[in-house]
Write a protein that binds this ligand. Sequence first.
Ligand code: NAP
Length: 249
Amino acid sequence: MADLTGRVTLVTGGSRGIGRAISLELARAGARVAVNYAARPDAAEEVVAAIRAAGGEAVALKGNVANPDEAAALVEQTEAAFGDDLYHVVCNAGITRDNLMARIDTAAWDEVIDVNLGGTFHVCKAASRRLLRKRRGAIVTMASVVGVHGNAGQTNYAASKGGVIALTKALAKEVGSRGIRVNCIAPGYITTELTDVLNETVRGGILAATPLARLGDPEDVARVTRFLLSDDAAYITGAVIPVDGGMGM
Ligand code: NAP
């Protein structure tokens, strides 16, 4: 397993779904993990307890990534919690507010853009200052197959995730010469509370369009995140890695 021993790591939305699996996976690789959440402290505390029970180090941090001050505070609190400098960030927090273009209201547009794209920007801005000072580190952002190919009923979500991909590439070009790598994962359909709402017809359509003929597990994304952060991926930056069972090809 790629070694992340001692590396101070912030995982936004690290308390549930894909983020939960990432927090556990990175802790197993030796990282010291700040598990961010927005609304459900119970979920974050469960992840922290599981990491500590396995002998790892973790702390739960409340903060809304869409708020620039709270995003900056998350980075500060991560370093304060572990008494050490930040090394890795996973910008995973994300939401959906799906509707057709004709029916989508401005609030649902703003909320999705503010959390998914704005949150990635605020956290990357605060974190990259720290990483640049040390001239090392790696960031993973979370896009979606929908951010590459689009999806009816998800114009807000698709736009936010397309923005995350562009942000990732631009930032990778800015900070690469300073020893910092920035990569993006584009998951397909992964079984979490975000996709629990899909009805059987939609689920059947997804399976028919997925060569590996199953929905993904959060762990499928977590293992790739661990690899991208680790030194095993030392010559990879600005990449968009699909973890989608072949759906996007
Ligand atoms: P999820 O199960 O709904 O979990 C979302 C996580 O994000 C929770 O920990 C939640 O914390 C946190 N969060 C939500 N809003 C936040 C905010 N404003 N500030 C900080 N944290 C916030 O979602 P998921 O399915 O694991 O998705 C994780 C990421 O993968 C998202 O970016 C999503 O777009 C992306 N993705 C998912 C899929 C999929 O099929 N599941 C596919 C492609 C991409 P609280 O519980 O405290 O609110």
